[in-house]
Design a protein around this ligand. Structure first.
Ligand code: ADP
Ligand code: MG
Length: 344
């Protein structure tokens, strides 16, 4: 038997708690881009500009023209578990915003050299706050355009192991670019730009619909290979595009799925896609698709994964049938022997 005194229990410091949370949510520069982009979208921005240096390891800067933060709330904004997006437990089951945990800014500012500048449109003066490796300065007034600008420099400066595990600039930027692609597909009405090492990589002016955004990001040719689909089943709604069967890929990376506007990965939908293309595509090859699923908030739990990349459906079978039948129904009416008709 154990013969010594029981070890005493201590509460972790806020700084340590934030660092642990950062480990879950902020894996690499692309995670910062995702969180900050989601915040800008939640803020109602119509234009979002992103600038990265050295794969995001040196600098990630996001500028939006959204609602800004009230000067008296700035410290709260970077405090853990503080959010303007959830008021009570009921809200948790009908989340409309991308964020809601109040964790991102606390985590990011804990592991970087962080500066936030913001001004709500109805105020004349902006406010600035900096956090250096978790140490916050008092907010001070500054000149700023309406909206919010966040600079994240030297990511993981105080978590050397994490910094060491960063991959090459090109790899880190590829992850950033992928996060950017997902969010920009979900928000065609927002004007986005993405720069890397002072080079303009994407310039996506606001457009009316998904088809136009697909064309901006992936080119006219791919857009011409996409077939519009839609379907309804007992409260679930599916819409978007699925690729011509001879437009195939080696991986599922070009299968974009969004649930209530949020990019996710989902096994059920993957299986339904495989089934829908059975006999039309070589085994092992993957179709391209851009699928948007609208689900009543009480039929999907988005609170199961720290980065919300997976969700849980109350009735996955219904989802499976909806995806399968919407695609199959469309394919029945098409003759794949002849060239695709334009899909205006
Ligand atoms: P969450 O998004 O889960 O609420 P965050 O840590 O990402 O948590 O942000 C905390 C709060 O800071 C948000 O609830 C929001 O009120 C405010 N905020 C963050 N980014 C922005 C932004 N770009 N524009 C306006 N407000 C913002
Ligand atoms: Mg957030």
């Amino acid at each position: 038997a154990h013969t010594e005194a029981a070890p005493r229990i201590r509460k972790l410091s806020t700084a340590l708690v934030n660092k642990i949370a950062a480990g879950e949510v902020i894996e690499r520069p692309a995670s910062v881009v995702k969180e900050l982009l989601e915040n800008a979208i939640d803020a109602g921005a119509t234009r979002i500009d992103i600038e990265c240096q050295q794969g995001g390891a040196e600098l990630i800067r996001i500028v939006d023209d959204g609602c800004g933060i009230h000067p008296e709330d700035i410290e709260l904004a970077i405090t853990a578990h503080a959010t303007s997006k959830l008021a009570d437990a009921d809200d948790l089951f009908r989340v409309q915003t991308m964020g809601f945990r109040g964790e991102a800014l606390a985590s990011i500012s804990e592991v970087s050299s962080f500066r936030l500048r913001t001004r709500p449109a109805d105020l004349e003066m902006g406010t600035e706050i900096t956090v250096e490796g978790g140490v916050m300065t008092a907010p001070r007034p500054c000149g700023a355009p309406a909206g919010t600008q966040i600079d994240v420099r030297q990511l993981f400066l105080n978590t050397p192991v994490r910094r060491k595990f960063l991959k090459s600039q090109a790899t880190e930027f590829a992850h950033i670019s992928e996060q950017f692609t997902r969010l920009s597909l979900a928000q065609p009405r927002i004007h986005f730009t993405l720069r890397h090492n002072d080079k303009l990589v994407f310039e996506l002016p606001a457009v009316d619909d998904l088809g136009d955004r697909i064309e901006q990001v992936f080119g006219t040719e791919l857009r011409g290979r996409m077939i519009p689909i839609e379907g309804d089943q007992a409260g679930l709604r599916l819409w978007g595009f699925t690729g011509h069967p001879d437009e195939s890929r080696a991986t599922r990376k070009a299968q974009y799925l969004f649930v209530n506007g949020r990019w996710i990965q989902d096994r059920t939908v993957q299986h339904a896609l495989t089934e829908a293309y059975r006999g039309l595509m070589m085994v092992g090859r993957q179709p391209v698709c851009f699928l948007f699923l609208e689900v009543p908030p009480d039929e999907v739990d988005v609170n199961v994964h720290p980065t919300k990349a997976e969700v849980r459906f109350v009735d996955p079978q219904r989802l499976y049938r909806l995806v399968l039948s919407s695609i199959r129904r469309k394919f029945l009416g098409l003759n794949f022997e002849s060239p695709l008709q334009p899909t205006a």
